[in-house]
Design a protein around this ligand. Structure first.
Ligand SMILES: Nc1ncnc2c1ncn2[C@@H]1O[C@H](COP(=O)(O)OP(=O)(O)OP(=O)(O)O)[C@@H](O)[C@H]1O
Ligand SMILES: [Mg+2]
Length: 157
């Protein structure tokens, strides 16, 4: 039986907004071993950026805290957990609604969760008030061969 490829990495950084770019690029670099196409890589970067920004802005409200990222690759799927020990979300169902934001005055559009859900295959939110929030996102990266042969097929059609 063929062995399933597995790999794992963890990151921890201070909740400074300048670390959002670092986190998104580090996760993209790790994800690149799945050989994603540009669109898939962009989707992953955007989703990570939204989750990390939420931890910094809402979780810690710009006070200093630690944001943690745990990435796991299994076969052609990447699982990305972004967690904080910040204030937590009162009502997760409501928070996930498009356009819902608790910070409208900060030019937030309330689209972060909607973006994560549209760019990743699956998004789970666990949150406890005063304890923190963990976002778990999964995405299957279609192998390059599949994408390329699909493109060839489309050209022939
Ligand atoms: N890590 C978190 N800790 C605490 N609250 C959070 C966290 N992530 C999200 N929230 C809450 O969920 C709401 C919705 O999040 P979402 O990312 O969809 O929108 P937003 O951050 O307000 O706006 P946008 O992402 O469009 O800039 C936030 O306004 C905030 O109240
Ligand atoms: Mg957001």
């Amino acid at each position: 039986m063929e062995k399933v490829f597995e790999n794992e990495m963890k990151l921890e950084f201070i909740s400074k907004s300048c670390n959002e770019a670092f986190a998104r690029i580090a996760v993209a670099a790790f994800a690149s071993q799945l050989d994603p196409n540009l669109e898939e890589l962009q989707d992953i970067k955007t989703a990570v950026s939204e989750a990390v920004t939420n931890s910094i802005i809402h979780g810690y409200e710009n006070k200093q805290g630690i944001v943690k990222i745990h990435c796991l690759i299994k076969g052609n799927e990447i699982k990305i957990e972004v967690s904080d020990s910040g204030k937590g979300i009162e009502n997760v169902d409501m928070a996930k609604e498009p356009l819902y934001t608790t910070k409208p005055n900060l030019e937030r559009s309330g689209m972060g969760f909607t973006i994560m859900e549209s760019f990743m295959d699956n998004v789970e939110v666990e949150s406890i008030i005063g304890v923190g929030t963990k976002i778990t996102m999964r995405k299957v990266v279609k192998s390059k061969e599949t994408t390329e042969s699909q493109n060839e097929f489309e050209l022939v059609k």
